[in-house]
Write a protein that binds this ligand. Structure first.
Ligand code: FAD
Length: 411
């Protein structure tokens, strides 16, 4: 083994882990991703990357790869009241084509990031993905991770990207912090656009293939939807307070099935065309939404938490994945000068810089996401108090970790 190689171990092959691998690839580095699942597939739903994340991936030279995975460039938001009448249209200001808000199928985004991390032809050796490798503990000072089968894997830097139910979080923070239920559950649906197009009641309201995000806002529940995979699929997320759900149970996993009957009951005061969209779904998922309060720290010794493991947030601003990509970019920026095996002090110093850059911003976006989950209209449904582009500038006009750190130093 070459003793001068910078060994990076990433726990978790989700959006955060793969983005970190894609960003950190470079000469003199070896990256191993430890992923617990043996299949490594995402669930069937859409995910939006906001401008802040799209810009990072474009700056990394990933536009060609991403284009092959068929994202839909979003034109903006159309806001409807519960009666189904359009009350606002908010076009997004367009940046360069690769740095817009783009909606992907989650499977496609994961595959694109996997290609960026694992394929030859980009800088540095490809990262290695080890499936069926569940991490159960870590030693932060030694930079070692122990797998379920007892194997110990050691790196100069360990990135814990093991998601909302992180196993490694407690080794970093010193406390067993669990993501807590937020009181909201999300139904998720993906339906073929051609099925929706056949329904005249839906077609009267909008063309589901058009790349707009539509939001139907009730007092305490809402539906957020739009096309992905270049307009061939239509994705819907319907948020309902747990206390008003008609389901007998909800779960912390993506895999729970919801019931169409109960979903329709929850939205029976919404316009009939909204319920018709629900009925077009071949299947229905249900997820109890959880989030974290800001943690006391994300770093200890050679280990850093990123993504949902560090700052799980509600999906109301669509920033969870985008913040994960910002974490990855910060690591790339602060470790930019390290092309040989670093000392423990060098790693700790750069992790401190990464954490200082990211913590306040991600914590604020966590808080905004909670605030945006508050009732969106007055009780009689008359006026909309929620502005979907509120805070858009703060979250989306981000130019990377080093520029952010420099701008904070000036303030
Ligand atoms: C309804 C809903 C809609 C959303 N919509 C959006 C959106 O439009 N835009 C957006 O930006 N965000 C959105 N999000 C949030 C987004 O999905 C998450 O923030 C993002 O996926 C976090 O990525 P991650 O890699 O940190 O975690 P994950 O995607 O959960 O990945 C973690 C990975 O680690 C693996 N793993 C876990 N434990 C271990 C272990 N012990 N050992 C090894 N591997 C392990 C898992 O198998 C998984 O592959 C949404 C969330 C919800 C609930």
């Amino acid at each position: 083994m070459d003793q001068s190689i910078f060994e990076i171990v990433i726990v978790g092959g989700g959006i955060a882990g793969l983005a970190a691998a894609a960003g950190l690839r470079g000469p003199g580095r070896s990256i191993t991703i430890l992923e617990q699942s043996s299949q490594h597939r995402e669930i069937g739903a859409a995910i939006s990357l906001q401008q802040n994340a799209s810009k990072i991936l474009a700056n990394w030279g990933l536009s060609d790869i991403l284009r092959r995975y068929k994202g839909s460039r979003d034109q903006g938001f159309r806001v409807y009241n519960a009666q189904g009448e359009k009350v606002r249209e908010i076009p997004l200001s367009r940046g360069t084509p690769d740095a817009d808000r783009v909606v992907y199928h989650r499977v496609d985004l994961l595959d694109a990031l996997k290609e960026a991390a694992l394929s030859p032809g980009r800088q540095g050796p490809p990262a290695k993905l080890r499936l069926a490798s569940r991490a159960v503990s870590c030693d932060c000072a030694a930079g070692s991770v122990t797998l379920e089968d007892g194997t110990v894997i050691t790196g100069d830097l360990v990135i814990a990207a093991d998601g909302i139910h992180s196993n490694l979080r407690k080794y970093v923070t010193g406390a067993d912090v669990e993501a807590a239920p937020t009181g909201i559950s999300a139904y998720r649906i993906v339906a073929p656009v051609e099925t929706l197009n056949k329904d005249p009641d839906i077609a009267k309201v909008f063309d589901p293939a058009e790349t707009w995000t539509s939001m139907v806002m009730g007092f305490d529940r809402r539906v957020i939807m739009g096309p992905c995979r270049e307009g061939s699929l239509f994705s819907v997320v319907a948020l309902v307070p747990d206390e008003h759900m008609h389901e007998t149970s909800s779960s912390k996993s993506w895999t729970t099935q919801g019931s169409l009957e109960h979903l329709s009951e929850s939205f029976n005061v919404f316009a009939p065309w909204v319920n018709k969209i629900f009925k077009a779904a071949p299947s229905l998922g249900l997820w109890q939404l959880r989030d974290l309060d800001p943690l006391s720290t994300w770093i200890k010794g050679r280990v850093i938490l990123i993504g949902d493991a560090a700052h799980a947030m509600l999906p109301t601003m669509g920033q969870g994945a985008s913040q994960s990509i910002e974490d990855a970019e910060a690591l790339q920026a602060f470790f930019d000068d390290v092309s040989q095996k670093p000392t423990a002090d060098q790693v700790e110093e750069r992790l401190r810089e990464t954490f200082m850059c990211r913590y306040e911003r991600a914590s604020l976006i966590q808080a905004y996401s909670r605030q945006q989950a508050q009732p969106a209209t007055t009780r009689n449904g008359q006026s909309l108090t929620l502005d979907p582009v509120q805070f858009q500038d703060y979250s989306c006009k981000y130019e990377g970790a080093k520029a952010w750190t420099a701008s904070r130093a000036v303030c």
